[in-house]
Design a protein around this ligand. Structure first.
Ligand code: SAM
Length: 232
């Protein structure tokens, strides 16, 4: 079986336990059996081959093989602060950003936002990250941050982080926008109705650079993916 499973509890003495949805997926959906080989990852970058040793009602015990190398990021870690779109488009956004290697997604609270990042919505986003990691071979989870307003993001910004805002009509994003001494990038994407003038004024006053993504108006998720494709 070439399936990948997420380990939410720590391995101990070469053994680990799959729990909850992951265990049910292996046993009930994939009809896994004792002796089957699978692959597991813990979200920190490590992956193991594993053999099923026992199958319980809601948990599966695995014997772990040799871990494979920890994935090393080759670009600056990218945080995207995005005014979330609604419904299915949210799911799609999470899948693509995880595949592209974005380090963290922060639901951005804006004046014209249309989707509230409730605790249940955040939980759905986290599940989406897990699914995309399992399917794409990514071994580090994309973080899902707590919802943040522009003021909070500015207050919490680490000193050496480069901050950008995607704004239609601004000069095209070039890699040169990134300061050589930047240690991370935080890029903002507004809601379907766009950022309000006062939000853009606050960002500009804080030195956040406006960047364009081409001549067309992109949906929120397309703009986020275009940024991710250029910056990861
Ligand atoms: N009428 C809105 C405006 O003018 O801002 C359109 C908003 S657009 C649907 C949603 C968000 O995606 C924008 O706030 C911006 O952050 C980003 N975006 C869309 N198209 C873009 C482009 N061509 N360049 C840069 N950012 C873009």
């Amino acid at each position: 079986m070439s399936e990948r499973f997420f380990l939410s509890s720590a391995a101990c003495a070469g053994r680990a336990v799959l729990e909850g949805d992951e265990a049910r997926h292996l046993v009930r959906v994939l009809r896994g059996k004792v002796g089957d080989m699978v692959r597991v990852f813990d979200g920190s970058g490590i992956e193991w081959p594993a053999r099923v040793v026992t199958i319980g009602r809601d948990e599966v015990t695995l014997e772990l093989g040799e871990p494979t190398a920890v994935a090393v990021a080759t670009t600056l870690p990218l945080t995207l602060a995005v005014a979330l779109p609604k419904g299915e488009r949210q799911k799609w956004l999470i899948e693509k950003l995880t595949e592209l290697g974005v380090a963290r997604l922060v639901p951005l609270v804006t004046l014209r936002g249309v989707a509230e990042a409730t605790p249940a919505a955040i939980e759905r986003l986290r599940r989406g990250v897990l699914e995309a990691c399992k399917q794409s071979g990514r071994n580090t989870l994309m973080g899902i941050g707590e919802p943040r307003s522009i003021a909070e993001l500015l207050r919490e910004r680490p000193d050496a982080a480069r901050m950008l805002v995607a704004d239609p009509g601004a000069p095209l994003l070039e890699a040169a926008e990134l300061q050589p001494d930047a240690t991370a990038v935080i890029a903002l994407v507004g809601p379907e109705g766009g950022f309000a003038a006062e939000e853009l004024a606050v960002l500009e006053a804080a030195g956040v650079v406006r960047v364009g993504l081409g001549p067309h108006i992109l949906r929120v998720e397309t703009a986020a993916i275009a940024l991710a494709a250029r910056l990861t």
